[in-house]
Design a protein around this ligand. Structure first.
Ligand code: 5AD
Length: 352
């Protein structure tokens, strides 16, 4: 009983002060009492609703290429996976996705893809200029991996507003275990700092339950995010992909991911937190559970349907039905079952 009161006190404290000590985060991540976890989710929901009401922002996801120079051990489109049939959308296909998205009502979308060499950065810059010119009201988000400061600056000048680059894990040892030689957490964090300096709205984040991840490393991630204060936080459970070296590891947990949404909502009330595709992939009500834990964004897939299965970061990735732009009505219906609705605005970060 005393323990329960103690845990609720911690949650109140986090809501008020926006930070806790590391062992207090650890306690919140592992608490078993369902009343306490429900209290955590309720507090996070209240904070999200105070910021955003019951509106959920949408971002249309366009997966423009599965060609990648990188070799992250968890990712299905890593360069050493020779079973992937590689594609890159043409400029016309991409503009077509933007057009369709615009007609449906989207005012922001994410251009996501594998990491290309710098020599192709001008192609992306030209594309951004085209989109910016045709749809001035669109918020353009990029999610294209690590690049030079010059490339990030060129894309920003071309008209990009936001950039998503999950740091994946702040723990140096774990980072090395999950990534190929030569990739370092220091460089990843350098990229995030550059993006912020260049005036992007920046998204960082992690995978939950990746192989070798400890509770302490998740706590380290919370501390980093609370300190870096990204505008957006992208977090999803790890899901194995059968052609990767990590194929035999179990998937991460929807419950642990939802707890993280709630803790980060209380630590960073204004953050834009998507309830991610990986949540929807692991559990039919994964998206809604994320929203009930304080998430406030959903990213439906706007990619051409024949390419979607080739963008397989992990097995059974959800990309149809309520996950797709074509399934907006279903998404809207799903949201209404928990008293939420779609907010069609650009969904800028309130702390700008
Ligand atoms: N399981 C879950 N998420 C993954 N990502 C890549 N591979 C996987 C996987 N196997 C995530 C990474 C990356 C984002 C685009 O997708 O966190 O940043």
């Amino acid at each position: 009983m005393g323990k329960k009161i103690g845990m609720k006190y911690l949650i109140d404290q986090l809501r008020k002060e926006h930070k806790l000590m590391s062992d207090q985060y650890r306690a919140l991540l592992t608490v078993r009492d369902p009343q306490v976890t429900e209290y955590l989710f309720t507090q996070a929901r209240e904070v999200a609703q105070a910021q955003f009401g019951k509106g959920i922002f949408l971002r249309g996801l366009i997966e423009l290429t599965n060609v990648c120079r990188n070799d992250c051990l968890y990712c299905g489109i890593r360069c050493s996976n020779s079973n992937v049939s590689r594609y890159t959308l043409t400029r016309e296909q991409i503009l077509d996705c933007c057009e369709q998205g615009f007609k449906i009502g989207f005012r922001t979308f994410v251009l996501q893809g594998g990491e290309w060499g710098e020599e192709r950065s001008t192609w992306i810059a030209d594309l951004i200029r085209d989109i910016r010119h045709r749809w001035p009201e669109y918020a353009i988000t990029l999610s294209l991996g690590e690049h030079t400061r010059e490339t990030y600056a060129m894309w920003r000048e071309a008209g990009a507003d936001r950039y998503l680059l999950r740091h994946e894990t702040h723990n140096e040892r774990l980072y090395r275990l999950l990534h190929p030689q030569g990739m370092t957490i220091q460089h990843r964090l350098q990229c995030l700092d550059w993006l912020k300096e260049l005036g992007y709205q920046v998204g960082a984040g992690i995978m939950v339950g990746s192989p070798f991840q400890s509770l302490n490393s998740i706590v380290e991630d919370i501390m980093y995010l609370a300190d870096f204060k990204p505008h957006m936080i992208g977090i999803g459970p790890f899901i194995p992909q059968h052609d990767t070296p990590l194929a035999r590891f179990p998937a991460g947990s929807v419950d642990m991911t939802a707890r993280l949404y709630a803790i980060l909502r209380l630590a960073l009330p204004q953050a834009l937190i998507p309830s991610t595709t990986a949540m929807a992939t692991l559990s039919p009500d994964g998206r809604l559970r994320g929203i009930l834990a304080g998430a406030n964004v959903v990213m439906p897939n706007l990619s051409p349907t024949d390419n979607r299965s080739k963008y397989a970061l992990y097995d059974n990735k959800a990309s149809f039905g309520a996950e797709s732009a074509q399934g907006i009505q279903q998404l809207s219906d799903d949201l209404s079952t928990i008293g939420y609705h779609i907010d069609w605005s650009r969904g800028d970060s309130p702390h700008l």
